[in-house]
Ligand binder design. Structure first.
Ligand SMILES: [Ca+2]
Length: 257
């Protein structure tokens, strides 16, 4: 090879390394972004406007108490004794670990008043547990994120509908559900910026929700836990440094020839 060809080959390999490195960082950025499946966020004026909402849910129904309505971008369910509310859609939740409900109640403790059942296709499955027992959490009068571990509760991963079945003889009550989603990341906010993933655009001015949820470092089987993310970040940094060193060598070689 001539010296000129060598330089060209070196420049090409440096360029390829840089491209691979950029793709890797871009991949990390995509992984770090929220991959939650939004089943319904109720961010609309009317409950029935599911097409406009562009969410996973495609139908709602039921006879739960007096009404099911939209109130402050949340689903408001008023119940008095026996009744049900259902919502479903053609979702694929098979890749998710948790069902997440951002929920509050008028009095607190409403999770004992209803079972959370579900459907796979047309087949309704009963969990046999109240929402409180299913989630292990108590509904409070302020919004909180409550997680239902799908595998631990033996919930079929083909889940495509949720059924809130209010108990016969339950006291009258009201709950608000701000959003329902499927997630692998228990406790992490969807819009949490990751320090090691540079973004070209300016950070969003999202206001934090006033639900007091805390961020935990629970392992995330889909995107890797936080230590894996640190490892990937270190690898990206190292390959970036390698690329810079190669560029420096190429320039030195250029000067010396
Ligand atoms: Ca909402």
């Amino acid at each position: 090879m001539t010296s000129l060809l060598k330089k060209k080959a070196l420049k090409l390999s440096v360029s390829l390394l840089l491209i691979v490195n950029l793709m890797f960082v871009a991949g990390l950025t995509a992984m770090a972004a929220s991959d939650d499946l939004v089943f319904d966020n109720y961010d609309r004026a009317t409950l029935g406007d599911l097409a406009g909402a562009k969410v996973g849910a495609q139908w709602t129904g039921g006879d739960a108490g007096k009404s099911a309505s939209i109130d402050g971008n949340a689903l408001k369910l008023e119940y008095a004794s026996k009744g049900w509310f259902g919502t479903g859609g053609g979702i694929d939740a098979s890749g998710y670990k948790y069902l997440k409900l951002t929920i509050k109640g008028a009095a607190g403790g409403e999770g004992a008043d209803f079972d959370l059942n579900y459907a796979v296709g047309e087949n309704v499955k009963t969990t046999g547990k109240s929402f409180a027992d299913l989630s292990g959490a108590k509904i409070s009068t302020d919004y909180q994120d409550i997680y239902v571990d799908l595998a631990a509760n033996k919930i079929d991963k083909g889940i495509q509908a949720l059924h809130f079945n209010f108990h016969d003889g339950a006291p009258a009550g009201t709950i608000w559900i701000d959003s329902i989603s499927f997630t692998n990341s228990k406790g992490a906010k969807a819009d949490t910026p990751k320090a090691d993933t540079p973004k070209a655009d300016t950070p969003k001015a999202d206001t934090p929700k006033a639900d007091g949820a805390t961020t935990t470092k629970e392992a995330n089987p889909k995107t890797g836990d936080s230590s894996n993310m640190n490892l990937y970040g270190t690898l990206a940094l190292m390959s970036g440094l390698a690329a810079i060193l190669l560029i420096a060598r190429a320039r030195r070689a250029g000067r010396n020839s």
